[in-house]
Design a protein around this ligand. Sequence first.
Ligand SMILES: Nc1nc2c(ncn2[C@@H]2O[C@H](COP(=O)(O)OP(=O)(O)OP(=O)(O)O)[C@@H](O)[C@H]2O)c(=O)[nH]1
Ligand SMILES: [Mg+2]
Length: 193
Amino acid sequence: MPHINYRDKQLSFKIVYYGPGLSGKTTNLMYIHQALEKDRRGDIVVLDTAEERTLFFDFFPLELGRIEGYSVHFNMYTVPGQVYYEASRRLILEGADGVVFVADSHEGRMADNVESFCMLQTNLTSFGLDWQRFPLVLQYNKRDLVEVLPLGTLERELGLNGIPVLEAVATAGTGVMETIRTVSRHVIQKFQL
Ligand SMILES: Nc1nc2c(ncn2[C@@H]2O[C@H](COP(=O)(O)OP(=O)(O)OP(=O)(O)O)[C@@H](O)[C@H]2O)c(=O)[nH]1
Ligand SMILES: [Mg+2]
């Protein structure tokens, strides 16, 4: 459920970019942030803790019209992908209204993609969510690499039927805005049902 602020008439949806280490989650969010007009975005917040040198999460609201008089905001987060940050990932994922799974298209990363996706399923289930009805988008990132996983590989391996799939080269911005548009559409559709 989105966060509803009755006084300011705001609906805030939480969108989390999830995936294995170095798949391009932060690159996606940095691109989206710079592509937005300045008055439609908040600052990027980096939570750096003693143990986690890497960028921990990004946050910015993006206004997208109104629903029944309420302005719509998206709070965007990335999780740290490395396996040992599982506790952080769970914390960030909690309360998500939608998830973009950023897969690394490199052939050698198949097992990492599968492992990360399985943890995502486990976590969503543990929050009492039916992940098969949850707004989830699959992005095959790094399509510029030479040896890439063919589209369909992950869907078959993970039994994902009908999940929206997008190809991206996040470093060039290709497919990045399409991905956020797709997930936000799903998130809002689910909310209006
Ligand atoms: N070739 C290529 N490299 C990419 C692409 N997207 C991201 N990268 C590179 O992959 C590396 C990791 O990108 P990040 O965005 O930091 O990955 P991340 O998923 O946030 O990584 P963690 O936070 O450690 O989980 C960086 O060197 C990026 O420049 C892409 O589409 N193609
Ligand atoms: Mg990152």
